[in-house]
Design a protein around this ligand. Structure first.
Ligand SMILES: Cc1cc2nc3c(=O)[nH]c(=O)nc-3n(C[C@H](O)[C@H](O)[C@H](O)COP(=O)(O)O)c2cc1C
Length: 184
């Protein structure tokens, strides 16, 4: 069994991101155990750790809780919106909190927006490379094509195939010993 964390990145009170994340979770194939992770519930403050994340010394319980969630999964899917041609600040903040936990962790991005969050996905890719994640191809949902502005997903063949492929790629990239929480 491969444990995959599906991260809802939007924290807005009227967000639709949790609907997209739930849909992604329903697409998980046999052999994948989904762990829903909601950045709104996690409620990380703006980065308030005194030491560099790469030191691995975490002073705050919220950081330790977040680190344990990431360590507890074999791979991650970031489900994220596009805000002003970037990805949302809560996701950037959450990534910045950790360092070693990301190293070698397989990851895919599912972006949603008017253009399938193409700018957000491109910007996120640079951050994921920087923290040493193993990035596999993700998927995009486009408003008024595969996603309503209220969050209802109507998958076409391309979206369904992309999501199936991302699960396959994450499972292939994940550690062979289940539950180790780190690749390699
Ligand atoms: C601050 C802000 C900036 C936005 N900028 C973009 C954008 O650059 N491109 C885009 O496609 N949609 C943009 N949108 C629209 C979002 O795609 C849409 O509101 C979506 O529902 C946001 O995801 P969420 O509801 O899960 O937070 C923006 C929305 C907000 C709140």
């Amino acid at each position: 069994m491969t444990r995959i964390g599906i991260v809802t990145s939007s924290t807005r009170p009227t967000r639709i991101g949790h609907h997209v994340a739930q849909w992604v979770a329903t697409q998980a194939p046999d052999g994948v155990e989904v762990e829903p992770i909601d950045l709104r519930d996690l409620a990380l403050p703006l980065l308030d750790e005194p030491e560099m994340p790469s030191s691995g010394h975490y002073a705050h319980e919220h950081t330790k809780r977040w680190a344990a969630l990431v360590d507890g999964v074999d791979a991650v899917v970031f489900v994220m919106p596009e805000y002003n041609r970037g990805y949302n600040a809560a996701l950037k903040n959450a990534i910045d909190y950790l360092y070693a936990e990301w190293q070698g962790k397989p990851v895919a991005c599912v972006g949603y927006g008017w253009g399938g969050a193409q700018y957000a996905r491109s910007a996120l890719r640079q951050t994921l490379d920087r923290v040493g994640m193993v990035v596999v191809d993700g998927a995009a949902l486009v408003f008024e094509e595969t996603l309503s502005t209220q969050g209802a997903v109507t998958a076409d063949d391309t979206l369904a195939a992309d999501v199936a492929a991302l699960y396959g790629a994450l499972v292939a990239a994940a550690p062979t010993e289940p539950g180790t929480g780190s690749a390699g």
